[in-house]
Each structure stands twice: as structure tokens, then as C-alpha cells.
Design a protein around this ligand. Sequence first.
Ligand code: ACO
Length: 323
Amino acid sequence: RTRSVIRGVGSYLPANVVSNAELAKTVDTSDEWIQQRVGIKQRHIAAEGEFTSDLAVAAGRAALENAGLTPDDIDLIIVATTTPDYTFPAAATLVQMKLGMSHGFAFDIQAVCSGFVYAVTTADSYIKNGLANRVLVIGAETFSRLLDWTDRTTCVLFGDGAGAVVLERVELAEGEPERGIIASALRSDGKHWDKLYVDGGPSTTGTTGHVHMQGPEVFRHAVGKITDVVYSALEKSGHTVADLDWFVPHQANRRIIEGAGAKLGLPPEKVVMTVEQHANTSAASVPLALSVAVADGRIKPGDLVMLEAMGGGFTWGASLIRW
Ligand code: ACO
């Protein structure tokens, strides 16, 4: 049995922290409104000249160090991002260069907030198909660059950051307990594209554009889609919600996370929540949350962990992992 196991985890957050109170100096909002509606207290914002590939490299190096590996040991880099440095080449090839790697291959995945779950699932398929042995999977965003800082309905929600894992091929021996990625489920439905999108791009306006969101519509779809895909991954694996040790959801919004947790019947203490500190970092949010829960000792070897995300497209997905 070929399995993809997580050998290392790492993350990076830009040094500049912007609190709600600080934001309220230039945006018509308040700490109270933001905390009450979405549960965010602060966000990290990348410095001028600090690009998505820089955040990705820092998180990637941390994950490699955590795994006890070097770039020489990696044969594929996948970066999940919505905010690549350039329209092309892929941020992943810039990460490859900055890591001093000229072997192997690298590409980006664009599934917005679901990007990391899509990337982990893609890496798992490449490993199982024999195309790669060790994959550096990174979620990295400078989402602040897509924000209209005069639009209070969106600019308060997001932040910048990066998280990464090293996935490694392992052949499980006869009778050896299940480990690594057990089951995944991915979904999208493009008819919802304009509920959450950026109004620019190379083929339309030739500009980068800004985030537009029908907030209540996103909220209305989120909990149902999240729970559907979690049940789908569980069903494929033969596990139930009661078997889960940890739920590591996309960190968009405390009310969405709590709503999904309650609908699944998960006790709140099994739900990893970092939205308060990081805000919504899109493709970086799941690996950032994972890094926090691994570093503080909550997620331990043998634990059953459900990753989940939902975002623009809409895209959504879940991945069940035996740590
Ligand atoms: N500060 C103060 N007031 C604000 C702000 C703000 N930052 N933003 C909006 N308001 C005001 C509105 O103008 C409105 O005022 P009005 O009643 O005078 O017109 C009022 O607050 C209520 O606005 P609504 O949009 O109805 O607020 P709602 O209660 O729906 O909350 C929110 C908005 C928080 C965006 C909610 O819809 C939501 O959580 N949606 C999910 C969005 C989300 O999480 N997106 C993340 C990306 S998607 C993903 O990653 C899954």
C-alpha cells in the first residue's frame, strides 16, 4: 500500500501585524464589528517588496527543516496561490529557484481558499502514480494586494501568510496500521463564480483587480458545502465524525467554522481556530492552522485529522489524514 505521509510542517507570517483598531483609523469600521461578525482580531501584512514566493520559500524552508530534509530531497513543488508574483511563471518555479533547486518540477494550483486542500490531494495522486517521491506543498498568499482598502465589507477580512508541508511516499507493510492521506474529496461549481471574485485578470481588464464578495451569499453556501465534502471524505474512508481527533478548517470566519463544527457534531475543543490571529489568508490558512496545532503539541502521531476548505469558484474540498 503506497501512502503519502506528512513528514514536516512549517509556516511564515510577515512581521507587520495590523490590529482591528489600527485598521479603524483609515477604514470606517470598528474592532467590535469585526470581532463580532467574523472573529478576527488582527492580520499580518507583507512588506513592500516582499512577494508571495518569498513567503512561500520561508514556509517551505521551515517545513523542510521540520522534516530533517533539504531541497535536494524534494522532487516536486506545488504552490497553492491566488496571488502569484507574476502572471507567469508559476510562483512554484520561483520558489524552486530560490531554494537552489534545478532538478524536479514545480507548478501552481489556483483554487483560491481551497488551494491547499487541492494541492495536497494533487501531491497525493502524483506520489501514488509514481511521478514524485517527496513533494513540498505550500499555500502562500499576499492577499492584501487584491484588496480595495476603501471597501470595508472585504478589506477587514483578509491577511497575508504562508504554510507548507512535506509529503513523502511510504510503502506500508502487511498489517501495518493506516497512516498518511486516507481519503480526499474535491468539488467545485462555477455557477457561483461571481459571488466571490477579483474583477481583473490578463484576459479581461489587463489589470490585477480587487476582491468583490456577496458576503451573505458566501455565508449561506459555506456550512452546507463544507459539511458535504467532509462527510464525503469520511464515507470513502469508512470513518465517522466521532473518530476525528482534529478538524483543521479553512480560517475565513469564526461563525462559519463554528457553524460547520456544530452541524458535524464536533466538540469545539477538537476544532483548530487561528482566524483570530491570522484573518483569512486564503490558500495559506489551512497549513498555517496546521502548523500552529502541530507546534503546540495538539496534533500528535496517530491522530486522525480532517483538513477542509471552501472558497471562490466556488471550490471546496476535504482531506482525511492519519498523522
Ligand atoms: N465594519 C463595520 N460595518 C460594516 C463592515 C465593517 N467592516 N462591513 C459591513 N458593514 C456594515 C454594512 O455596511 C451593513 O450596514 P447597513 O446595515 O447599514 O447597510 C451592515 O454592516 C451589515 O452588513 P451585511 O453585509 O448584511 O453583514 P452580515 O451580517 O451579512 O455580515 C459578513 C457580513 C461578515 C461578510 C458575512 O456576510 C459573512 O461572514 N460572510 C461570509 C464571508 C466570508 O467569510 N468570506 C471570506 C471569503 S470566502 C471563504 O473563504 C469561505
